[in-house]
Design a protein around this ligand. Structure first.
Ligand code: GLU
Length: 282
């Protein structure tokens, strides 16, 4: 089997050393196996993505010596693909519109003594799950903003979660626990996809069979595996790598200007310096 990996940045800021690590790792895994390396722009959030960041990504990756197949996939050019899938999920009763504001959700959680909890705190309490068609239509008619949420309990009826697994390189088979996500948001009124839906579909559309990404997304993979099952998509293998941190042990963020590849380059360091810094042999 030809290994197909990818690097999937969002052009919402400049790449830093952590991105260099992730991209180089994915590239190495592909190249060492005689496989393919893809680049994908995850630019669904058009309010935060900027063309200059996209240009900077190409420049930085080129500078690092990585080569990717062209043309690349840009998520913003495929909104129709995501919409088709959302329609199918809606017809199957697996998603529903949620009109709650953040404030309403917080108030509902505060008022309830038994709000369901996930790994990252309280989950959406399901307020809009049982709205009637009439109530939904009234809300649509008022042009209220909405999110499309996965109906987790309906989804769980379509799968035996005890049989839901993914393979993590170096760790083996991981049993999935998607329930901790609750009714996850899969799209919003203005944007017919969320990260979770787009990443799952695109990895399948692009034939990616080894997803290399940061440990911070390990939890999300449990949800992605459920979506793969619901949408009859293949399951790639995964490698969630450790995150690069700064001298104080804090995870690098896009706002940390001093560790951007542009800045490092501007200070006269070479790509070999960066590769050494992130622990690769030159
Ligand atoms: N677009 C995501 C990010 O920039 C990465 C998604 C992934 O690799 O699955 O954090």
């Amino acid at each position: 089997m030809t290994i197909v990996t990818r690097f999937a940045p969002s052009p919402t800021g400049l790449l830093h050393v952590g991105h260099a690590y992730s991209a180089t790792l994915a590239w190495n895994k592909a190249i060492e196996a005689g496989g393919r390396f893809l680049l994908r722009m995850e630019d669904i959030d058009q309010t935060r993505c900027r063309p200059e960041f996209e240009e900077a990504i190409y420049e930085d990756l080129n500078w690092l010596g990585l080569k990717w197949e062209k043309p690349i996939r840009k998520q913003s050019e495929h909104m129709d693909d995501y919409e088709v899938v959302l329609d199918r999920l809606f017809e199957r009763g697996l998603i529903y519109p949620c009109f709650c504001t953040r404030r309403e959700i917080a108030a509902e959680i505060a008022a309830s003594h038994s709000a369901p909890h996930g790994s990252e705190g309280p989950l959406y309490p399901g307020t809009c799950r049982s709205l009637s068609n009439k109530q939904r239509d009234e809300n649509f008619a008022k042009e209220k903003p909405y999110a499309l949420r996965l109906d987790m309990s309906a989804a769980l009826k379509e799968v035996d979660v005890t049989q839901l697994f993914f393979r993590e390189l170096d760790k083996g088979v991981i049993q999935c626990d998607p329930v901790k996500f609750g009714d996850a948001v899969l799209a919003r009124k203005e944007t017919p996809t969320s990260y979770h839906l787009a990443v799952t579909l695109d990895d399948a559309f692009q034939g990616v069979n080894l997803v290399v990404r940061g440990q911070d997304l390990f939890g999300a993979t449990h949800l992605h595996r459920l979506l793969q099952h619901l949408l009859d998509l293949p399951t790639p293998n995964y490698f969630h790598h450790g995150l690069v941190s700064d001298m104080k042990g804090r995870r690098l963020a896009k706002r940390d200007k001093s560790v951007t590849l542009q800045d490092i380059r501007g200070n006269g360091y070479s790509q070999e310096d960066v590769r050494k810094l992130i622990g690769f042999k030159i």
